[in-house]
Design a protein around this ligand. Structure first.
Ligand code: ZN
Length: 87
């Protein structure tokens, strides 16, 4: 048998206290934004869709709020970004 050829970056990310970005997996050192993931992780919901629940998706596919990092926040349209309060 051989040792699992896991990259150094992988364990560094697991050992990090920072949550990983749900889009790229990089640790987030200063969490400011989240996205509302649904559809088993296939779609994002806007503020309006989150507030009204008017999205026609099965509640079993609800993935909740997930953190995104500073690089990925730029890829997400404004109405799909949720600001993390506090800190
Ligand atoms: Zn990211």
């Amino acid at each position: 048998m051989i040792e699992v050829p896991r990259s150094a970056a992988f364990s560094a990310q697991l050992l990090s206290d920072s949550p990983p970005c749900c889009l790229c997996g990089k640790p987030i050192h200063n969490l400011r934004w989240e996205v509302h993931m649904h559809g088993g992780g296939s779609v994002l919901l806007s503020h309006e869709e989150s507030a009204t629940g008017n999205h026609g998706l099965d509640t079993r596919e609800e993935m909740g709020m997930n953190p995104i990092g500073p690089e990925c926040v730029k890829k997400v349209p404004k109405e799909y970004r949720f600001k993390v309060e506090g800190e």
